[in-house]
Write a new protein. Structure first.
Length: 489
């Protein structure tokens, strides 16, 4: 890689990309476009990472490990989809930038002509605020105070969203009904803990200055068809190497013999050097958690350093990637595009202390999604995207074919209230030996309260991505792209 981070395409730089999530695939595509020779390593059998499709049964079909929506200003994501030949009209439903809630709250930000520039977004936002309904006493004035305060918050010392809303004199009811669900939907972190500066950036880019791009794009197809699967097909067509189902166990930049795999790491050793597997999608996709204690870190470090065996005479210099199947390389550079806790374990023998400290200092938030198959499609009045109240579910996505999904962001098992649990017991004869079973029943009870005439639920499945995102807290120091080791990103 060149000093500024751009690949030396004329030299046919060889790069290993570890991880075939959206970030890793975007990186791999960009590197191939720049003329690099790319090899992608992915532990799972399917691409997509924490935004992937999961095979289901006949009743539910393929489901996603979380319900993700895109907003109009996601220009880079849309540009990548276009380069991959994805017809966005076939895989996304473009909706007005509107919010509809079961408690009567309505907010719509119209798309204004792009030629008006930033003024378009401001005019659209103003029109949306003036036309809002169900905000409660003083609601419009309160929204205008937030709109005026966003720009200042971007340059102010960070604080929690809850604290900032208090400074903006938001009524408690409005903070609970509007700002709290928007915050947790955008940052997957509750307002009491979330960064006001990052939330202000979301409001600024997604609402205040969106202009003609003011929209919500809801997937009409499984997440895999939006980007991961087209990206994989494109990479293979360009001659890139793609290794699915091949977990990377270590990185080594010492010279080694081609095809040599030392005996220091075996499947059993890997299990003993890490903490328990994280069942990101109800056991269908396990992520190996990074060791966090000094003793565990030391053990992982030793196994990773020895992953490709001892150097031998005449071996090729460069980065080598060790997997349980063997050793690949050499590569001029390696890009680690996996979850932070996994990245820390892989780069530990080579990275600087500051990078490792930032990776290991991150906390995580889960996302739970309850997928439902109904006897008949939901009434059209429910809309494709609906903000729920009376918890635990926060957002209802109606897929329009008798399937619906309910999202619970920043979910923890202890978030189920006593009322939720009592409702579960009244509406189901089951005993809940797992938190997800209780959540499934609680969501069903919630929907029954909100929609007494809803069609019967004939099948359901709950997926929990335990480390869906890192907690977006005030003043968070995110790791950069460099690691302190030449050629390791």
């Amino acid at each position: 890689m060149a000093a500024g981070g751009a690949p030396r395409s004329s030299a046919r730089t060889s790069v290993a990309v570890v991880g075939a999530g959206w970030a890793g695939l975007a990186c791999a595509v960009t590197l191939v476009e720049a003329g690099c020779r790319v090899s992608v390593f992915e532990a799972g059998k399917a691409p997509g990472g924490r935004a992937r499709s999961v095979a289901g049964d006949d009743a539910l079909g393929t489901v996603d490990n979380g319900q993700h929506v895109l907003i109009g200003p996601y220009r880079e994501t849309f540009a990548l989809m276009d380069r991959l030949g994805v017809d966005r009209r076939q895989v996304l439903r473009r909706l007005p930038l509107a919010l509809r809630a079961t408690d009567g709250l309505r907010l719509h930000v119209p798309a204004w002509p792009l030629g008006l520039g930033t003024l378009a977004g401001l005019l659209g936002t103003l029109a949306g605020l003036l036309g809002a309904r169900g905000l409660g006493p003083g609601g419009r004035r309160a929204l205008l105070r937030v709109a005026r305060g966003v720009q200042a918050m971007l340059a102010a010392p960070d604080r929690t969203v809850a604290a900032w809303l208090g400074e903006m004199r938001q009524p408690d009811e409005l903070a609970h009904r509007l700002w709290a669900p928007l915050c947790v939907a955008a940052l997957n972190t509750p307002a009491e803990r979330a960064s006001a500066r990052v939330f202000a950036r979301v409001l600024h880019d997604g609402l205040l200055t969106a202009g003609a791009t003011a929209s919500i794009e809801v997937p009409a197809r499984p997440l895999g068809e939006l980007l991961p699967e087209p990206a994989l097909a494109w990479l293979r067509a360009q001659g890139a190497e793609v290794r699915l189902g091949e977990r990377v166990t270590g990185l080594d930049r010492d010279a080694v013999s081609e095809g040599t795999l030392g005996g220091a790491v075996s499947e059993g050793t890997l299990a003993s050097d890490t903490t328990a597997s994280v069942r990101g999608a109800m056991g269908l996709f396990s992520d190996t958690a990074a060791a966090t204690t000094p003793k565990e870190s030391s053990a992982a470090s030793v196994s990773q350093r020895d992953v490709c065996g001892a150097p031998s005479k005449g071996a090729s210099a460069g980065w080598h990637v060790g997997t349980l199947r063997g050793c690949a390389g050499p590569f001029d550079a390696v890009v680690v595009a996996v979850a932070p806790h996994q990245a820390a374990a892989l780069i530990e023998p080579h990275a600087d202390v500051a990078t490792l400290a930032r990776l290991r200092g991150l906390e995580y938030e889960a996302i739970a999604t309850v997928h439902l198959r109904l006897a008949t499609p939901l009434p059209t009045m429910s809309g494709p995207l609906l903000l729920l109240h009376d918890g635990p579910g926060e957002w209802l996505i109606d897929h329009g074919d008798g399937r619906a999904s309910v999202v619970v962001s920043a979910w923890r098992p202890n978030l189920l209230s006593a009322t939720d649990r009592q409702d579960c017991e009244r509406t189901s004869a089951n005993t809940f030996d797992t938190p997800t079973a209780a959540l499934d029943a609680a969501v069903r009870a919630q929907l029954q309260r909100l929609f007494p005439a809803q069609p019967a639920v004939v099948a359901s499945r709950t997926l929990v991505e335990k480390r869906a995102t890192f907690a977006c807290t005030p003043g968070l120091q995110r790791p950069g792209h460099t690691t302190g080791a030449a050629g390791l990103w």
